[in-house]
Design a protein around this ligand. Structure first.
Ligand SMILES: Nc1ncnc2c1ncn2[C@@H]1O[C@H](COP(=O)(O)OP(=O)(O)O)[C@@H](O)[C@H]1O
Ligand SMILES: O=C(O)C[C@@H](O)[C@H](O)C(=O)COP(=O)(O)O
Length: 335
């Protein structure tokens, strides 16, 4: 059964809007940042990672965003192009902004953190004028990520993209992607996340991210109550991720699907959510049953957390299928 109206006539499968950054992942793992001296540079930023994941899975993918007018910005654009991603709407910001950097600290397979350098970053300079209505009209699916709502003018640009998507029947997926350090206040964060979520068809987030959105609601919701809230707006599917405890998906039509995980030789925990999103959205776009989409998301996540990078480790379809085959009895999504 089809949950979402992906318009097969549209030439682009997937367009992401928002953050294009750099990850600098510690080479000397299992030690604190203070003792780390070398890093490997990768393209990063949650929506960039998801777009790369979708392109690796064979989807015709584009990106709307701003990069700094520097070597890092050019590195990002080149990497996207090399991965077959359309960069016609990736704008070089000329205001003197810089590329956002995420230094990743890998203290142990379960104790990882990210040190972000995000002052005056190019990605948050995205303007409403950068949002091309026709480009969004030509996409089956638009991905927005919450961090792009943290500041103007990027915030207004995202809301405009949302309006264009709704006007033209482009399915909108919201990856909550909550990064506290990008925001000024808890109130502001919850307000803008909720305003955006009202307009989205699919909402994907961790329990903690949904808790942040519900902070001022005066009631504590369980996963099902959280999902139901969004079905009164535009959502058809809500996915709540629980790290190593898997994920749970709810549909507006009343189904619940529990997704378990695959084994992983964990190098670091970040990248799980982005790779899960790519595998899951790919499945939705192919009209698969939701448990199968969740299985591909979980497999992609295990592959990425078993690797050093997020973007560069995004698997192809063949890699996911081979991985699932190898771990056939290790995971299942059940109704
Ligand atoms: N330790 C783990 N082992 C195997 N799979 C994991 C592990 N942690 C996360 N995953 C997979 O990645 C998905 C998303 O992870 P989660 O940590 O909840 O998201 P995020 O990275 O956005 O915080 C999970 O639902 C699960 O499928
Ligand atoms: O999103 C960023 O700016 C950093 C990412 O590239 C990073 O590697 C990461 O945190 C991935 O996020 P996750 O998939 O939600 O763990």
């Amino acid at each position: 059964m089809s949950f979402l109206p992906f318009d097969q006539q549209k030439p682009f499968d997937f367009i992401a809007v928002g953050r294009l950054c750099i990850d600098l992942n510690a080479n000397e793992i299992h030690r604190p940042m203070e003792e780390t001296v070398t890093f490997t540079k990768y393209v990063g930023g949650s929506p960039a990672n998801i777009a790369i994941g979708m392109a690796r899975l064979g989807m015709k993918t584009g990106f709307i965003g701003r990069v700094a007018d520097d070597q890092m910005g050019r590195f990002i654009v080149r990497y996207l192009k090399n991965n077959g991603i359309d960069t016609s709407h990736v704008i070089t910001d000329k205001s003197g902004s810089v590329t956002g950097l995420a230094f990743t600290e890998i203290k142990s397979p379960t104790d990882c953190s990210i040190l972000m350098y995000r002052d005056n970053v190019a990605d948050l300079k995205l303007e409403p004028n950068d949002i091309d209505e026709d480009y969004i009209r030509r996409a089956k699916c638009l991905l927005i990520s919450g961090t792009a709502l943290a500041k103007s003018p990027s915030r207004e640009a995202v809301f405009l993209a949302l309006d264009y998507a709704r006007r033209h029947g482009t399915v909108v997926v919201f990856d909550l992607d909550y990064r506290p350090y990008t925001w000024q206040s808890k109130e502001e964060t919850a307000i803008y996340y909720n305003l955006a979520a009202e307009k989205c068809d699919v909402i994907i987030g961790t329990r903690e991210e949904f808790d942040m959105m519900e902070r001022f609601d005066g009631q504590r919701r369980d996963d099902e109550q959280t999902a139901r809230k969004w079905f009164d707006y535009n959502a058809k599917i809500v996915v709540i991720k629980h790290g190593k405890d898997g994920s749970i998906a709810y549909t507006k039509t009343g189904e619940t699907f529990v997704g378990t995980i695959f084994p992983a030789n964990i190098v670091k925990t970040f990248g799980a959510g982005d790779s899960y999103a790519a595998g899951f959205i790919y499945g939705l776009m192919n009209d698969w049953p939701i448990p199968k989409a969740m299985e591909y998301g979980a497999a992609a996540a295990s592959i990425v957390i078993s690797s050093h990078s997020c973007s560069d480790a995004m698997p192809t379809l063949a890699q996911i299928e081979q991985f699932i085959e190898q771990h056939r009895n290790g995971s299942a999504a059940r109704k």
